[in-house]
Design a protein around this ligand. Structure first.
Ligand SMILES: [Zn+2]
Length: 274
């Protein structure tokens, strides 16, 4: 099993996400639109087509999920599903970049989706005006190539983790508190899962303090990991937790060890035989 006992061996980049790269070539308009991200050190044309053909769920598109969805939209992820309930309030405006003063008091999902659509005419954005329950999360994950989890609550994060495992797709978890944040790139049972890290829901206060600069940082890094996985570039942080201590300006990366008692991973092993 990769990543156990801190193994730093990497997983081949395409192993989790095989795409038919024989899809339609990029049009001249698309080539012009994505010109600055195509080339050595960035994306290939095949990778750009893979982005175009991809579907990603971003659940909660506030401080972290908003920038994550925005960066994926601008990069050309072809179908983005965003889920976020309730209306925009004044206290959201320190970090929720998809909103504005004009959205105060209005439902977030529909307005955020409209903003994302305005940023890239080549993509589709689907808005869900609530946080998915267990069944809906499972159904949504089955339609996706990757789930990007940005909710503040552990219940929702663990629900999306389970849905991703059931669908057999990569799962990126982003979290924040104060001026610090964490990012995990997972694909159980080949790596640990979120329930390996949090076997039970820890004590938690939903209305915690957070500065928008760390939200956007973690959200953008989450989007970058998604783009790497979907387009087949670079070395995704498979099975690792990246954390950034904003107070000290200290980044840390640790390899996560799978919990052999983990219910989620055990079910995934039985399903996949890995
Ligand atoms: Zn697990």
């Amino acid at each position: 099993m990769l990543f156990e006992n801190g193994d730093r061996k990497t997983i081949p980049r395409h192993e989790f996400w095989e795409r038919d790269i024989n899809s339609q070539p990029l049009t001249s308009d698309e080539l012009e639109r994505y010109d600055r991200q195509l080339g050595p050190g960035a994306l290939t044309e095949a990778g750009q087509r893979q982005l175009r053909d991809a579907t990603v769920l971003v659940s909660r598109v506030g401080g972290m999920g908003g920038p994550a969805a925005l960066m994926m939209a601008m990069a050309g992820v072809g179908h983005i599903i965003i889920a976020h309930g309730s209306t925009m309030i004044s206290a959201d405006l320190n970090r929720q970049v998809l909103g504005s003063e004009a959205v105060l008091g209005k439902p977030r999902a529909a307005h955020f989706a409209e903003y994302l659509r305005s940023m890239n005419r080549f993509i589709e954005v689907e808005a869900i005006d609530h946080e998915p329950d267990d069944g809906e999360a499972r159904e949504l994950a089955r339609r996706c190539d990757l789930v990007l989890s940005c909710p503040p609550t552990f219940e929702e994060r663990l629900r999306l983790n389970q849905a991703s495992i059931d669908a057999g797709i990569p799962f990126i978890d982003a979290a924040q508190w104060g001026v610090s944040g964490t990012l995990m790139v997972l694909k159980s049972p080949r790596t640990a899962c979120l329930e390996c890290v949090y076997p039970s829901v820890p004590p938690f206060e939903e209305l915690f303090p957070v500065v928008g600069a760390i939200s956007s940082t973690i959200g953008s890094l989450a989007a970058l990991e998604a783009i790497k996985i979907l387009s087949g570039i670079g070395e995704p942080l498979w099975g690792k937790m990246f954390s950034y201590d904003g107070y000290g300006g200290i980044p840390t990366v640790v390899s996560l060890t799978r919990n052999l008692e983990c219910r989620c991973c055990q079910e995934a092993v039985e399903t996949t035989g890995e």
